[in-house]
Design a protein around this ligand. Sequence first.
Ligand SMILES: C[S@@+](CC[C@H](N)C(=O)[O-])C[C@H]1O[C@@H](n2cnc3c(N)ncnc32)[C@H](O)[C@@H]1O
Length: 278
Amino acid sequence: MRPISEFINRILCGDCVEVMKDMPSASVDFVLTDPPYLVNYRSRDGRTIAGDNDPDTLARAFAQLSRVLKDNRFCVSFYAWNRVDVFMRLWKAAGFSPVAHFVWPKRYASSAHFARAQHEQAYLLAKGRPRAPRVVLPDVLEWRYTGNTLHPTQKPLVALRPLIRAFSTVAEIVLDPFVGSGTTALAALLLCRRFIGIEVRKDYATIAQQRLRKKGGENPMNTDDKQRTPSYPNRQRSTAPRDGFWATCPQCRHKFATPKAWIVKYLERIGYQAGQAA
Ligand SMILES: C[S@@+](CC[C@H](N)C(=O)[O-])C[C@H]1O[C@@H](n2cnc3c(N)ncnc32)[C@H](O)[C@@H]1O
């Protein structure tokens, strides 16, 4: 077992089951993941997903991620609707209870057979009995096409950001053990959270590391996040009370107000510049 500090703000290349075995129990605050779908996925241009036919590895991964997640916290997991029985069995075996379900309607169809496949979906899974978030999200969220240029199942930043905002707070640790091109980690970084990303394929791990190094903002690869929609229904205003405390994120230099003096002390301990305004 290694200290959690050795994993933080890194994209690690390896089998997530083995990597997570080295992480201490109850050490991460939120898991947001998009695992293999167990459907032998093949994109139109022939790209495939590692482990997309391996429910046993997926079961071991969820057992490990449940162990490393703190009690009374959440995991959001995308899944394939036609394999929901397998996913639900392995989530429950790992100790999770489904407490909500998110849907992202899409303007385009990923496939069309008996119906045009025009939505993505994920379950909100609880470990223990977490409190409801301060801002309760609608369960239908915004989606934007990424072009899948970096990864065949690349998720848009805009789809992940509301989840990270709702189910974690500034400086908390967000884990994605199936991070692909690094979208979850980048969304966490842009929201001043710390991240841990794990990816088994070297090529995707490298893409994710490059994306993170460029930090999103100026990165042309993150175009989906640049097209801001003024009418975006799920965007939250900052709810941080402005009573004089502030902190600056060491990663993106974003300066924000914080509600409590003890949060300032905590942020200073983990490398933030923080203080009280005159
Ligand atoms: C559905 S994709 C995630 C795509 C990601 N959401 C994105 O935006 O790029 C799942 C990823 O998990 C990776 N993967 C599969 N088995 C794995 C394992 N045992 N450990 C770590 N990563 C794994 C695959 O290589 C793939 O990149």
